[in-house]
Design a protein around this ligand. Structure first.
Ligand SMILES: NC(=O)c1ccc[n+]([C@@H]2O[C@H](COP(=O)([O-])OP(=O)(O)OC[C@H]3O[C@@H](n4cnc5c(N)ncnc54)[C@H](O)[C@@H]3O)[C@@H](O)[C@H]2O)c1
Length: 240
């Protein structure tokens, strides 16, 4: 790796938005460590982009520490973190067990704290940056999304708390995606696109471009911010 190559850990990089972020950053010249609980799939993405693939459950403290140690030794140093891994588990309140609630919190919220704490010295030395991935569900809800929405609201708050805690060396910002099509829910309908003020559902690269901006020098005066990337949906008046 050339010594001026910037290095980043992207969690949840095996599929969906995380894979899009890993590809986008690799094309922009970053060396990328791809971390994911799907160890086989993450290795495939890493091989495709010339990065490092590391199997890891971000909801487990010891696994986060092991993954960061592997990334550090393989990449030489760590300049940035994209904390993207998440599970969208929706279930009725009455049947949501405490174990299920805690597992969603561990992966979607606590993992970002563990990653930031483990990487704090690396990022301080590098005068680096963190981007977290929340959701427009931090601000608006459907029924039966209690744990997920709570974690995403938590990520927005954790982002500004980390920004103040890690200043002035490390900038910490958040991207809140709206509906991003990752191919998981079958073909989209014309009405899915039409309801968005920009005329289409989002794509992983819409989020990747926002992440790349927040990691870049161009965002040098931006910290503690939430960048909503949702095609305008959270600004759309829906009363009829
Ligand atoms: N797709 C959307 O419309 C949308 C909207 C708002 C926010 N988001 C957020 O974006 C992020 C990515 O979502 P996505 O749609 O790409 O989801 P996805 O399910 O396609 O990808 C999530 C990735 O995280 C990995 N992962 C899950 N649990 C893990 C764990 N314990 N440890 C390590 N890796 C784990 C999965 O294996 C997968 O590769 C999530 O934080 C999600 O909440 C997505």
């Amino acid at each position: 790796m050339p010594s001026d190559t910037r290095t980043v850990i992207v969690t949840g990089a095996a599929h969906g938005i995380g894979a899009g972020i890993a590809r986008h950053l690799a094309h922009a010249g970053w060396s990328v460590a791809c971390a994911d609980s799907d160890a086989d799939a993450v290795q495939k993405i890493a091989t495709e982009i010339g990065g490092v693939g590391i199997g890891c459950d971000v909801g487990v403290e010891s696994d986060v520490e092991r993954m960061v140690a592997v990334a550090r030794s393989r990449l030489g140093r760590i300049d940035a973190l994209v904390s993207n891994a998440g599970i969208s588990k929706f279930e009725p309140m009455a049947t949501t067990s405490l174990a299920s609630w805690n597992r969603v919190l561990a992966i979607n919220l606590t993992a970002t704290f563990l990653l930031a704490r483990t990487l704090a010295a690396d990022l301080k030395t590098a005068r680096g940056a963190i981007v977290t991935i929340a959701s427009t569900r931090a601000h608006m809800s459907e029924p039966d999304t209690l744990a997920y929405s709570a974690t995403k609201g938590g990520i927005v708050a954790l982002t500004h708390a980390l920004a103040m805690t890690m200043a002035p060396d490390v900038r910490v910002n958040c991207v809140s995606p709206g509906w991003i099509d990752t191919g998981k829910h079958g073909p989209l309908k014309p009405s899915d696109h039409a309801q968005h003020p920009v005329g289409r559902v989002g794509r992983p690269d819409d989020i990747a471009a926002a992440v790349a901006y927040l990691l870049s020098e161009a965002a040098g005066f931006v910290t503690g911010a939430e960048l909503v990337v949702d095609g305008g949906m959270t600004r759309k008046m829906i009363y009829t």
